[in-house]
Design a protein around this ligand. Structure first.
Ligand code: PMP
Length: 413
């Protein structure tokens, strides 16, 4: 049963049991209406209230500025996962870059064409997911427009596992030509996490795997996005936090005809941030159940009596859980942590057992499973062991895993 196991999967990931218990009730009967939550209209008053509740929770937790002016941010719910946003980011940031240039040049298309040749999308490639995002940018906009600011593999024997010092970065020199600077805050496959947001023009972050695990300097970013299925909720919604500065009416958008003429991509409307923002995420049918789950998870991070955000508390809990596990891993020759010490992720702990010996790793996983410690197999692309330490993984689960690690290392298994 659920009580007998502890799950450390990388995503989808565990959810608080109390939220799932409540979910099972609302699936049958939402708000005593006799209708289940997945059956109600996404345009009903109930659905609107759910949407507003989840947006408000996130706003409080991450201190997201609310205003219609340029300093405000919109909270959007989309579909298509984190991967969908790899594309959305490119469509949108290219469109507003082109529109700004077109305006500056007073509609002179020949000059615009010359300027577009200089447009760059800056990517910090620190792991498999930012690599994928950069590849999508090259596929959509053309490789000539993608500038790899850093590629961690060049600093570490061709493999991910570090984040190089910013003085080795090669951002596009002309920030006016930089349509976006992209980074992945936490690399789920490779187990590296930024200690603080990097610098860069028009900064966009993928926070899929460390959302709501620590405070975020939202104001530094043009946009932040992440799939819900790790720290926030169920698979099915992606959250984007988008600065009003990069949305109409505060910025012009290039129309599809102009982009096509320039040989630049035109995205599908369901990924179009301005369209989703204008329709308060209800442009098309939104899975309200997923939004409800996210709202319930967020509610748990707000103080029950005062309603104030407990994100700093969550951060110390995440830090403490990760420290417990890393201490065990560092304390024995049986293990070695794959990424560099200074950039180890608090969310996805990637390590090898007995130098990566296949039999030893199999034995480690088998022993863990027999104790109800599940979901520890590393990503298929890198192998080894990965323990995902998301918010809903209880301290007791981490303690049990740490104890198992110790016993395994001492050969007691
Ligand atoms: N970014 C990161 C950091 C991820 O971990 C993942 C998925 N694990 C993605 C993007 C892609 O998300 P999705 O599967 O929702 O498209």
């Amino acid at each position: 049963s659920r009580e007998d196991v502890h799950y450390f999967g990388a995503g989808p990931a565990p959810l608080p049991t109390a939220v799932l218990e409540e979910a099972s009730k609302v699936l049958l009967n939402y708000n005593d209406s006799g209708i289940g939550i997945t059956e109600i209209s996404h345009r009903s008053a109930d659905a609107n209230a759910i949407l507003a509740h989840t947006q408000s929770g996130l706003r409080q937790l991450l201190d997201i500025p609310e205003s219609d002016g340029p300093d405000g941010y919109q909270i959007l719910f989309l579909q298509g996962g984190g991967s969908g946003e790899f594309s959305a980011v490119v469509y949108h940031m290219v469109s507003i870059w082109v529109a700004r240039k077109a305006k500056e040049l007073g509609g002179d298309e020949d000059k615009l064409r010359e300027e577009v040749k200089k447009m760059k999308l800056d990517y910090l490639v620190t792991g498999s997911w930012s690599l994928k995002a950069s590849q999508e940018a090259a596929r959509l906009a053309g490789a000539e427009h993608v500038n790899i600011v850093t590629d961690s593999r060049k600093h570490r024997d061709g493999k991910f596992g570090t984040i190089a010092s910013p003085d080795t970065y090669t951002p596009t020199a002309d920030t006016d030509a930089t349509a976006l600077t992209y980074y992945c805050d936490n690399e789920t496959v490779d187990g590296v996490e930024f200690q603080a947001a990097p610098d860069g023009a028009n900064l966009v972050a993928d926070m899929s795997s460390n959302f709501l695990s620590r405070p975020v300097d939202v104001r530094k970013h043009a946009a932040i996005f992440g799939g819900a299925q790790k720290n926030i909720g169920t698979t099915g919604i992606t959250i984007a936090i988008v600065s009003n500065r990069i949305l109409p009416p505060h910025t012009p958008m290039a129309d599809a005809g102009l982009l096509r003429k320039l040989g630049l991509p035109v995205g599908p409307v369901v990924l179009d941030w301005p369209t989703i923002a204008k329709n308060n995420s209800l442009y098309n049918t939104l899975p309200i159940f997923d939004v409800w789950i996210a709202g319930q998870v967020m509610q748990k991070l707000l103080d029950a009596s005062t309603g104030s955000p407990r994100i700093a508390t969550q951060q110390s809990e995440s830090d403490r859980k990760a420290a417990t596990l890393y201490a065990e891993l560092d304390g024995s020759d049986a293990y070695h942590v794959v990424p560099d010490n200074s950039v180890r992720s608090r969310m996805n702990l990637c390590f090898r057992v007995r130098g990566g010996d296949a039999e030893a790793e199999k034995a480690f996983l088998k022993g863990a499973e027999s104790r109800g410690l599940l979901g520890l197999k590393g990503h298929r692309s890198v192998g080894g062991i990965r323990c995902s330490n998301y918010n809903a993984v209880p301290v007791s689960a981490v303690e049990k895993l740490a104890k198992y690690m110790k016993e395994f290392a001492e050969g007691k298994i």
